[in-house]
Design a protein around this ligand. Sequence first.
Ligand code: ATP
Ligand code: MG
Length: 221
Amino acid sequence: MNAMSSLVVARSVGIEYGRSVILHDVDLTVDAGAHIALTGRSGSGKTTLLLVLAGLLSPSRGTVTWPGLSDSPSTRRGEIGMVFQAPSLMPELTAIENVTLPLRLRGADVATARDEAAKALARVAAEDLVDALPAQLSGGQQQRVAIARALAGGHRLVLADEPTGALDRDHAYEVALALRDGVAAAGGALLLATHDPDLADMFDHQLAVRDGGVCPAVRSR
Ligand SMILES: Nc1ncnc2c1ncn2[C@@H]1O[C@H](COP(=O)(O)OP(=O)(O)OP(=O)(O)O)[C@@H](O)[C@H]1O
Ligand SMILES: [Mg+2]
């Protein structure tokens, strides 16, 4: 792989909140088309790391670069899809409007955007939720809509933070599979943070955040 096919490269990254060292000396590369599970105990720093890789949080030390993505931070933001751990839908927009929004912002016409959004919602079994407002949806349903939003965007890189944490086990696997395969079909890369070792086993490539660093995960099977 040449350097340009790496979408994000973290080198010797450290993160401190006040005096607390959360991450130190993290080296991590996500190549184009890679699908990686990121495990680690609660509080280990998974969310923090995803925010750094998205460019939403500046590291206290070290560097993050995006060799295969746009040099312009605002364009790059559109190339990276995020599924946040906390609910993140726009409250005044319906499910399908939420999914359509990033497509419209990137210049898709209304009909194309709605078509892509409807397909993405169907992939996560949320086709019946299109006209609901977030407040009318359960936590798990909101998560599925947020995943559909990341799927519809055709992003080069998707960073998904516990995207199935509010779903029951069967739904969690189905939806994680839809996310993995949907991103793969669009030729994108996926980094998915999860507590669930069985869910992580859906990924050939597994990393763990431990003691402030990132290391290869010990597979549970
Ligand atoms: N804005 C913040 N200010 C201060 N400390 C923070 C902040 N955000 C996170 N932390 C601390 O950083 C550590 C790592 O948090 P983070 O949310 O990255 O963990 P996590 O691995 O995502 O956990 P979980 O699995 O529970 O989601 C925790 O100890 C947390 O308390
Ligand atoms: Mg987290």
